[in-house]
Structures are given as structure tokens and as C-alpha cells.
Design a protein around this ligand. Structure first.
Ligand SMILES: C[S@@+](CC[C@H](N)C(=O)[O-])C[C@H]1O[C@@H](n2cnc3c(N)ncnc32)[C@H](O)[C@@H]1O
Length: 388
């Protein structure tokens, strides 16, 4: 095996894919197969993604060039692989190792492989079609062949875009551990991907809790997290509008299409706990639309037709939320999260806490509420918080 590892060390940058299989040592704790893909070159050198299959679980590691050989040495010693295949644009080198340790080496120039990812840092945070990310199959976004299932294409775009935004915010984040809460996680496509992004790609210690009302969905997400050995990823049945939530320090809160006022509770939690970052994509903003009435001002223009009422009320809700965050000392921006064609619920409120920012009065918001007779939950939660 030393010879093979030497060849890998010398040509690591050439090898696009390396597969170690047929272990002589078998145990439930040892890997049956190890597959490495060269991912990208960045300022720290070449990066490799390893997928290790142990029993029914797949474990993921990301390795720098320096970490590659020690990692392979350790795995090779433990498992005693008898088959190694190295793929490059020039062809495939196959090694067979006999029971007596003799190595045979063959080259197949027709079996070429090119780099699956370009040397473009933009792709680092993305899960691309064809990437062997097993939870994407289990969650029903990818087929068994790692192709995007057409009905899940919008979700696939949304989670990739969400990660792109997180990547932008956290690429130079100095902390080695990250703690996240996801409000209304549902089937948790995003939650899994956020975990994968920070723990596997960024190699941070990650703790994520996804909250949802649905017991069955929470149970299946927990089973999946266990199956992949994602120890920092947990799902909890909770009604975020009334249940007691985590008391641990949190780095950021996410919510993706958390229904109606569940979003207000996510934002309120973040404000109360002075969470540094918030990324929230609201949905089903029914509260304001259900209570607003004409108040003798400019908004009356929108209240004669149902469609105007509905759209204006949804925008008014999110404008209130954003202004409240600003009044509480957060810097905000509002962005079109994905193209409207991929989801009409495409507005993201992104907020970053400014630690010493003075608080501003929310009186104009209360005046507007009173004039038009509606109720906006976050405003009232903040008012209640003042009196606690
Ligand atoms: C539209 S789904 C979005 C799921 C997921 N975030 C996604 O984007 O795929 C909204 C989820 O919010 C959950 N939810 C709604 N109100 C909630 C509440 N008060 N507490 C916890 N979860 C809630 C629902 O059960 C549902 O799974």
C-alpha cells in the first residue's frame, strides 16, 4: 500500500477520483468503500471530498492536500483495501493487492475522468446534480442516480441559493463552532444542507436544531440524521409560537417559508436572544390581510380588490418585520431570494445585529396599525418584551 500512497502523493492533483474497495478487514466500524473526489483549488490548495461507506451509513469528509495522505494511510491500515482505482483525464490506474500483499498495476487509457467541479469557488457551496450526497436521495430531491427529480427542482434551487447567501455571510466567520435554529423546518431539505455545508464542507463544529409541529416528519428527519452520523443535527417537535426553545447561544436563525406568524416568532426569538444573524424567507402572510380595513389614507387604494389586498398586505407585513428589526438595532436588507418563476415566495429578509446601535421608536408602526385596523404579531411581541 505504501507504493500506492506514494503514487497518489506524487499525482494527487492529477487524480480526479480515487476509489478504495474490497477491504480485507471487515467490521461494522470499518469502511467498506472509500471514494474521494478532487473538488477544487482555492487559496489553501486542492480540496478533496471523501465519502466513506460504513454499514448502511455514508460519512463525508473534506480534506486539504496535506490531510489527504495521513487520512488515506490511516484508512488503508485499518481496512486493508485490496482494490484501488485512480482516475485522471489520462486514464485509470487500477491496483489489485493479493492476500500476500503483492501489488499488480494496470492502466486503462480509455477510462478517463475529468474534474467534476471547475476551479471556481462559486461551486464549493453548491450541491450540484450528480454529486453523491445521499441525504438528497433520501429526502427525495435526487433520484438514485443523483439526478434532480423534476418536481423538486424549485426546492433544489432554493436550498442552493440559501447556502450561497450563507456562504457569503460566513466565509470569513472566525468561530470554529456554529449553532443554528431552523424555525418550521418541515422535511428539512435546507436544514440538512446547512449542516452539510458547515460540518462537511467548512469543517466546523455544528449544532443545528430544526423545529416543526409535525411529529412524523421530525421523527423521520432525526432517523436520517442518525443514519448519516450527523450528531449535531437534531429535530424537535415544537410549536414555535408557544413552546420553550433552546437556551444555548445561537449564531443564526433561519426560516424558510415558516407559515404566517411562525416567522414572527422566529424573528422575535432572534431579537430577544440578540442572535447575530437572521435569514428569513416568509410565507403565507395572512394575518394583516385578514384584519386590514380602509382607514382613510393612501393604503385604501389597495383594499377594493382581493388580489391587491392580499399582495399589499403580504408586503406590508414584511416591511413591518424589516423595520422592526432595524428599530431593534439590526442592519437589514431585503433580497429576491430566487427567481419569481421558481417560487413566488421569494423575498428574503437578511439581518445582522449591530451590537451598540441605539434602539428606535416603533410608534409610526403602531399608528399605522391603528389607522387601518390590522394586527402585526412581531410588533406586539416586541411591545410585550418591553414589559417583561
Ligand atoms: C411550508 S413548510 C416549509 C418547510 C421547510 N422550511 C422548507 O422550506 O422546505 C412550513 C413548515 O412550518 C411548520 N410550522 C408552521 N407553524 C409552525 C409552528 N407554529 N411551530 C413549528 N412549526 C411550524 C409546518 O409544520 C411546516 O412543516
Amino acid at each position: 500500500m505504501q507504493e500506492i500512497l506514494r503514487e497518489i502523493r506524487e499525482g494527487a492533483r492529477l487524480f480526479v477520483k480515487m476509489v478504495f474497495s474490497a477491504p480485507a478487514k471487515k467490521s461494522p466500524a470499518l469502511s467498506e468503500k472509500l471514494s474521494l473526489t478532487r473538488a477544487e483549488e482555492n487559496k489553501n490548495g486542492t480540496l478533496f471530498f471523501a465519502e466513506e461507506f460504513i454499514g448502511t451509513k455514508a460519512f463525508h469528509h473534506s480534506l486539504t492536500e496535506e490531510e489527504l495522505i495521513p487520512f488515506l494511510t490511516e484508512k488503508a491500515e485499518a481496512c486493508r483495501f485490496r482494490q484501488v482505482n485512480l482516475f485522471s483525464p489520462e486514464g485509470e490506474i487500477a491496483f489489485r493487492i493479493s492476500k500476500k500483499g503483492q501489488i499488480s498495476r494496470s492502466v486503462n487509457k480509455k477510462s478517463t475522468a475529468t474534474a467534476p467541479l471547475s476551479h471556481n469557488r462559486q461551486k464549493r457551496y453548491r450541491i450540484a446534480e450528480g454529486d453523491r450526497v445521499p441525504f438528497m436521495v433520501d429526502l427525495g430531491v435526487f433520484s438514485k442516480e443523483y439526478k434532480v427529480i423534476s418536481s423538486k427542482y424549485d426546492k433544489f434551487r432554493q436550498i442552493n441559493r440559501f447556502i450561497e447567501i450563507l456562504d457569503h455571510a460566513f466565509q470569513d466567520y472566525p468561530k470554529e463552532s456554529i449553532s443554528v435554529l431552523d424555525f418550521g423546518c418541515g422535511k428539512s431539505y435546507l436544514t440538512f444542507f446547512v449542516y452539510y455545508y458547515f460540518s462537511v464542507l467548512q469543517k466546523k463544529r455544528v449544532s443545528i436544531i430544526g423545529y416543526d409541529l409535525k411529529e412524523d416528519v421530525v421523527a423521520s428527519c432525526n432517523a436520517l440524521a442518525q443514519r448519516y452520523g450527523y450528531h449535531g443535527l437534531k429535530f424537535v417537535v415544537a410549536d414555535v409560537t408557544r413552546d420553550r426553545l433552546s437556551e444555548d447561544p445561537i449564531d443564526f436563525v433561519i426560516s424558510l417559508h415558516a407559515c404566517d406568524i411562525a416567522t414572527d416568532y422566529a424573528l422575535n426569538f432572534a431579537l430577544e436572544r440578540e442572535v447575530p444573524y437572521i435569514f428569513s424567507v416568509p410565507c403565507c402572510q395572512h394575518e394583516v390581510g385578514g384584519s386590514i380595513r380602509k382607514g382613510g389614507g393612501d393604503l385604501d387604494l389597495f383594499l377594493d380588490h382581493g388580489l391587491f389586498r392580499e399582495r399589499m398586505s403580504a408586503l406590508l407585513t414584511d416591511a413591518f418585520r424589516t423595520r422592526i428589526l432595524e428599530c431593534e438595532g439590526y442592519r437589514t436588507d431585503v433580497l429576491e431570494f430566487v427567481d419569481f418563476a421558481h417560487s413566488p415566495k421569494n423575498l428574503m429578509i437578511r439581518a445582522k445585529r449591530k451590537p451598540h446601535a441605539p434602539k428606535k421608536s416603533m410608534a409610526p408602526l403602531f399608528q399605522m396599525e391603528e389607522q387601518y385596523g390590522f394586527r402585526q404579531t412581531l410588533l406586539h411581541l416586541r411591545e410585550e418584551a418591553k414589559h417583561v
